[in-house]
Design a protein around this ligand. Sequence first.
Ligand code: BGC
Length: 745
Amino acid sequence: MKKFLILATMAAMAVSCTFRSGNNGPAYLNPEAPIEERVEDALSRMTLEEKVAMTHAQSKFSSHGVPRLGIPEVWHTDGPHGIRPEVLWDEWDQAGWTNDSCTAFPALICLAASWDKDLSYLYGTSIGEEAKYREKDILLGPGVNICRTPLNGRNFEYMGEDPFLSGKMVVPYVKGVQEQGVAACVKHYAVNNQEFQRKQSNSVIDDRTLYEIYLPAFKAAVVEGGAWSIMGSYNLYNGQYNCHNKRLLCDILKGEWGFDGVVVSDWGGTRNDHEPVVNGLDIEMGTGTNGLSGPAENSYDYYHLAKPYLKAIKEGKYGTEELDDKVRRILRLIFRTSMSPKVQYGRFVCPEHYAAARKIAAEGTVLLKNEKNALPLDVKEGQRILLVGENAVKKMVVGGGSSNLKTKYEANLLEGLTNAVGEKAQVIWERGYVGSTATTYNRVSTGQDLTDNRTPEELIAAAVAAAADADHVIFVGGLNKDRHQDCEGADRYDTDLPYDQQGVIEALAAATDHLVVVNISGSPCSMPWADKAAAIVQGWYGGTESGNALADVLVGNVNPSGKLPFTIPYKYLDGPIRTERQYPGIKEEGSRYWQTHYDEGVYVGYRWYEAQDIEPQFAFGHGLSYTTFEYTDAKADRKAMKKGGKITISVTVRNTGEREGAEVVQLYIADKEASIDRPVKELKGFEKVFLKPGESKKVSFTIEEDALSWFDADTHAWKAEAGTFQAHLASAADDTRAIVEFDLK
Ligand code: BGC
């Protein structure tokens, strides 16, 4: 017996030695072996129980590895703007670590507003490095749901209203993250465009709209970006929950797009036992089964893809085909991340990341209006600059739902501007209005008590009195990360500025004719007061370096080059969403579900305003600079494009002002002879060019048939019809500088 034990121990030691001996060991441990070989080898060694374990959570933010084989657990983290602070094993509450204050990068809507693909790559690599340092395998982001309604509480986490812009901006982010050995998890797939009743809302949408507007950015992330994971959304489509939606996951994502990565459920998005097995969900996370609230010893065992799944397999209800597919995908992700041959360690809260955050925040800032040379501020020795408004001091990285972060610091505009002007001038602050005084969001403390017992009249009077003594007056307002503003879980009620900020703006405008308004928001806000302001800046949630970046733009250290990633209408009802059917949807008697009808079809954002000839307050793609640009010599390299061919459209852009600056040259295509109703024009190219004063550059766009196509639901294919097309070379959707006509033969 003793001899047997010794032999058994020796054998076990031999196995563990070979497991660690690199090339001579099992293929799954051999970093040089092709991934698929590693996957098959690992799979062949796993028990049924080990396989099932991999398909569901083991804690709030992790899912199982295979301990016996030394295959690590998978650690997930929000996302998408920074690395979430550690939470307790089983709770949303923070774990109270002291080493998890991250760099908060600007909200994704700000990144989109930069229209700069290189910056998106910088964002991706930087946040990927932070995730790696914190030993995370899946970053829960980026988000690319289209801004269908300005009311959506999560617009700030996404990339605006246009599928092409979102699609082009998401790809470098995904690549940047994944090059660090961290999987991007693109969310929330799909047609998830409102927070209202997000778990009860069924999106009713036609195929053309689905393929033309709501899927392209996801497709780009998967096909061009090579995303290793994707998160299903809470809502339903086609009457089926999206975390186990056959059409979205099996037919489109894994079928049409050939996705070989992992589908992760949104937290609590898995709704029954059967569909997740057969409809393409790979890892179930965050389910509030009985186990979570009840007395079960290990609640995670009660997830749909845990005991019930194992039991069903054992009873013969399912074979192991689906399970093996799920496990293969999860193993693939592990071999791409924690067990990747490329050894990476990442880095965290370093000067490079702060610099990246600042650059992105500044480049995303959009100068909407600038009259009377109000900006950049011409600050003279000994002057007084007055900031009025809560958003000049409010902490914004805390709040907003799951994108909520904990940072070492967050520079607000009061600090940023004070840093920027130094001893030269005095920066003072007046409250103006009382907005959100919450000191805690999502169990993260803002460290700020903003209570103020003055009446609105007293606050306005104090601001106006301060304005009388000031050389520059800047109102800093907008939205915040409170519920019913830019926040997960609820939508806004309307597009007006809350807390009667309009009253404050009007009072200040009466006191100075050089009023600068800085609107901080992640969604479009109506600006009926716009005429009263000399300058308007659209800022965003800029993260750690927010105030420094905004100050860079206000004082002119950075020349603004951001462009709106969405349309700002004069008023909400100018927009495409006008009926209850469209939003928030209709709940029929006796039904648990809200039917949200995408009746506007492809006419979302500028596509709507242009088709209806409704002038927006600020158009999609609009954004001014402190310099000016001239477009000349627009041409095509041929008169006609052949089917299956290409055409190159070019234009020369010159900086005609006295400062260096950057222009986003936008290419829109108009189909003049379509057999169906098509938008007046659609974005099909953009390039950001940096120009010194007097410098010019030629910008070229080579397009193929896909840029001319629409999705024909009858044949389930993209269709480009012969005829005349126009290429609009534009500085904004409403500012075409040159048109080049060509034919498709
Ligand atoms: C959100 C996701 C997030 C997840 C984990 C969900 O409520 O919708 O975006 O990644 O929680 O925090």
